[in-house]
Design a binder for this molecule. Structure first.
Ligand SMILES: [Zn+2]
Length: 129
């Protein structure tokens, strides 16, 4: 077989319901993280995960060196960043710049589900916390 630059890494297809799930980061309430694409899949630079936040759950104010590129799949919430609070609802995409303090709250009656794409360093940080 012909060699290529992906070094034997194979394409992956996974359903959200089959994604490995872990608790949210320290300080989060009612949050689960579902890992869709990670380093263990051979992804060298990006990750994809879904945050599920129970009604009333939240992440505390935090910041990090990487960018969040997120898309709301389900539920209702709010994000606060740099003194501004914006509504989150299905169909909304958001970008959180690096090193900006931000906080997410789930305010609906069903879990807030947010798809996130981020650099792989976010995965390392999660597992070092
Ligand atoms: Zn964050």
């Amino acid at each position: 077989m012909k060699n290529n630059s992906s070094g034997g890494v194979k394409m992956k297809v996974i359903r959200l319901c089959d994604a490995p799930t872990e608790a949210g980061e320290v300080g989060c309430h009612g949050m689960a993280v579902r890992w869709l694409i990670t380093r263990s899949d051979g992804a060298k630079t990006v990750l994809m995960r879904v945050f599920e936040v129970e009604p009333g759950g939240d992440s505390p104010f935090h910041s990090h060196t990487w960018e969040h590129a997120c898309f709301v799949l389900d539920g209702k919430g709010k994000i606060t960043c740099e003194g501004k609070t914006l509504d989150l609802e299905p169909g909304v995409a958001l970008f959180v710049p690096p090193k900006k303090l931000h906080r997410v709250e789930s305010i609906g009656t069903t879990p807030l589900k947010v798809l996130e794409c981020a650099p792989s360093v976010a995965e390392e940080a999660y597992h070092q916390a």
